[in-house]
Ligand binder design. Structure first.
Ligand code: ADP
Ligand code: MG
Length: 393
């Protein structure tokens, strides 16, 4: 992919200047906090009046992401703009990029927005993914390789947290599921026996320098990330291969900013790419408390053209996602026992300021640090018990 940023736009942006943010959820909130710590002023665009990021940003443009006036103000005020979620329309990013550096660039974001484009990109760069078929018309399902069953049918666009997916045991089930999904473009993937799910967070600067955090091990429940353990309990060759894949992808995308690469470890210590997220990621939240610099600080540094920090892990860590479910133990809405969580040694609480807890809604996370992974896991088990969450595996 070509680098469209001209040399003058690469000059470092000193603290005190405005940085722009599209999307004001929890990832945007944590970015804004890190950017503010470095002395930047943050302007966020988000249609939600109760946006978690807006509560900590100096300016909130409450408007849709494609709103002309909001994009014009953002471009006028800010020296560079980033995103907190991949579904910001690529067209809005392209329009902004005519006036202000946008990091990551629209072309890289567009790859991550579409599972078919993502898989094509991996194939073009010799990176292995799950066996799959692109489904755009009925014939694609009728002609799909029998070896793809049992499989998972995933919508090409707008899926997240397991939404937009159907487990399909047979071709007939796949045809039915595709009808139910409204025959939108999909990808049919073979269901693999996963030994582990891992992710690698890499940050790449405009100068091409990249840093990768230690590999993270992830446990999903009901399609949503539940637990992350860092460093991942995998062999050294697996960790090295995963980091190499993440770095290779960031370079191939000519990426500037924080990129998360979700991967599957399967039989024979093979590492396959599942999907990529062109932004900080839930699995990287441990970096706030456990690393020399968080994924959000790196995002701010890369955006501002500042040197990246070493991604050094200072202590093993286990992160527990806190969903709205913990407010509804026993059927009634109750405030979770935060006091008891904070009483656990090494436990760090992060709440996102969302006013309405709902089942499945990401409300916060707890990171438990330890002298060893085992100790971090014990502490996380204690925090899980207090909150009524299933303990980490
Ligand atoms: P999302 O965008 O919702 O995160 P993913 O493609 O990452 O979608 O799928 C969500 C989860 O479903 C994965 O983290 C993994 O646990 C499981 N999964 C997805 N694809 C496969 C597959 N091909 N084989 C086995 N499990 C899968
Ligand atoms: Mg995923």
């Amino acid at each position: 992919m070509s680098d469209t940023e001209s040399a003058p736009t690469r000059a470092p942006i000193p603290p005190g200047n405005w940085l722009g943010l599209l999307g004001g959820g929890q990832l945007g909130r944590m970015f804004a906090m890190a950017a503010a710590s470095l002395g930047y002023r943050v302007c966020v665009v988000d249609p939600d009046p109760a946006s978690p990021a807006a509560a900590v940003c100096e300016r909130h443009l409450q408007a849709p992401y494609e709103d002309d006036a909001a994009l014009a103000e953002l471009a006028g005020r800010c020296r560079a703009v980033t995103i907190e979620f991949e579904n910001v329309p690529a067209s809005a990013l392209r329009r902004l990029a005519e006036r202000v550096p946008v990091r990551p660039a629209a072309d890289a974001v567009a790859v991550a927005q579409d599972r078919s484009a993502e898989k094509r990109f991996m194939a073009a760069h010799g990176i292995e993914t799950a066996p799959h078929a692109v489904v755009e018309r009925a014939d694609d399902l009728h002609g799909a390789d029998e070896a793809l069953f049992p499989g998972i049918l995933k919508t090409a666009r707008l899926g997240y947290d397991g939404k937009g997916q159907a487990a399909v045991a047979t071709r007939a089930e796949a045809v039915e599921a595709w009808d139910r999904m409204g025959r939108v473009p999909c990808v049919l993937e073979k269901r693999l026996a996963l030994l582990r799910e891992v992710s690698c967070i890499v940050c790449r600067g405009a100068d091409g320098e990249a840093v990768a955090y230690p590999l993270i091990e992830n446990e999903h429940r009901g399609g949503i990330l539940a637990v992350s353990v860092a460093p991942a309990r995998v062999s050294a060759p697996v960790a090295a291969r995963a980091a190499e894949i993440a770095r290779k992808l960031a370079a191939a995308l000519d990426y500037v900013g924080v990129l998360c690469v979700e991967m599957f470890v399967v039989e024979g210590e093979r590492v396959l790419v599942n999907e990529i997220a062109p932004r900080p990621h839930n699995s990287g939240h441990f970096t706030i408390d456990a690393c020399a610099a968080s994924q959000f600080e790196q995002q701010a540094r890369a955006l501002a053209g500042m040197p990246l920090a070493a991604p050094t892990l200072l202590a093993p860590a286990v992160m527990l996602n806190v969903l709205g479910d913990v407010w509804f133990r026993g059927g009634e809405r109750v405030e979770p026992p935060w006091h008891d969580v904070l009483a656990i040694g090494g436990a760090k609480l992060h709440l996102y300021g969302k006013r309405e807890p709902r089942l499945g809604r990401k409300m916060g996370h707890v990171t438990c640090l330890g002298a060893t992974v085992e100790q971090a896991l014990e502490r996380a088990a204690a925090a899980a018990a207090v909150l009524g969450i299933e303990p980490p595996q």
